[in-house]
Design a binder for this molecule. Sequence first.
Ligand code: FCX
Length: 435
Amino acid sequence: MSTLKEKLHKKIIEHRPRTTKLLKDYGDKVIAKVTVEQVIGGMRGIKSLITDISYLDPYEGIRYRGYTLQEVLKKLPKAKGAEMPYVEGLYYLLLTGEIPAQNEVEDLIIDFNNRRIVPRYVWDVIDSFPSESHPMAILSAAVMSLERESHFNIKYKQGMNKKDYWNSTYEDATNLLAKMPLIGAYIYNKLYHPERGHRYPDPSLDFGANFAYMMGKDKPYDDVSRMYFIIHADHESGNVSAHTGHLVASSLSDVYYATSAMINGLAGPLHGLANQEVLRWLQGLIDLTHGKLPSKDELKAYVWKTLNSGQVIPGYGHAVLRKTDPRYTVQREFCLKHLPNDNIFKYVDALYNVVPDILKEHGKAKNPWPNVDAQSGVVQWHYGVTQYDFYTVLFAIGRSIGVLSNIIWDRALGYPLERPKSITTNMLEEMVQSK
Ligand code: FCX
């Protein structure tokens, strides 16, 4: 067993009695009420999911295993000379709740390297996609095609004990995660740089650095990749991608089915695709102003035009957050350090000064502040990844770290099939009248 797997096993054994006790001693205790608005309104705020991997405070933003993003970026081990930590270290943290030592991450990097080989048929699946397919559709299908590799399914057919579900799920999850950057880079090169062909990974490099290498990008794109994958990894359990992954896995579908489904959920413009939408919207503004930073009044007019035509301002607002997203801030700080004179960054910064007030005046969005997607495309564009259709693939690679960690723990704690109850509109009308 690897060091990480051993530690995880120990943590699982320690944790199980807590869940058992909660169910046995407090199973019928009421912890929340549900309003009509929540039932009609996409279950906003209903406390009905459990995860220890991350927690989202509306005013503080995300914490991974109790650590803020700033703490995670500071405390996790880094490669020599790197500004951003190893992605493998985040996987260790999410699974165990502990910050790994340098040697523990180095072991994990070797383990990931050994799991990287992507079967030939995956490349064939990607190659067979018609041109102009969206990269998220290709990614989802590529992950799906790997399903035949599932250890969980083999063990399940052999009559595995429920207590051991986590073990083969860990193998599947780690195998898939190690392959995600290769699949992402292959899709990028195939769609946008077919002349360059596919670069095979360099075994001396970690998750983020290898992705940069396969994308054909020099430093500091290795740090950009690490930062990007880390900040997108998890956002507690209720968002569409994380929840979809959990929901699909709750029927004991393996991690390949669950991850492909989570990718499909992430591909919507109200969720992960917003990062592509931000760049598309910004390019519209840049074209309109011929690349010359507009005045405050011109910016305001552009924002109002979008709102008055019944569209949302991409990259602003959030279902849970009620302040500027710390994932936005991390990227902004990176931009201030590495690309302060980038023209698109200047547009993004100028918009930050006008959009929140306009959204407040507009009076609809509960959160007028920017989210992660408002800033992320700018960084990619600066380093030459200008094909903004691809941005959500980067989000998906990052998000799979959190989703897969959650699924392993779901299996370890024996969380059951998810099955909330639906009612009819007639029933709801009767319920409110009888109150
Ligand atoms: N621009 C214009 N209107 C907005 C808005 C925005 N950025 N954000 C919210 N609103 C509107 C909603 O469309 C809704 O209008 P309605 O009453 O006519 O239906 C109203 O304000 C109330 O919505 P609210 O409760 O504040 O937000 P929701 O929880 O319903 O939706 C999202 C949250 C994120 C979907 C919403 O803010 C939005 O559409 N933002 C733009 C797209 C975006 O950036 N998505 C990425 C979010 C995130 F970071 C991620 O998942 O990646």
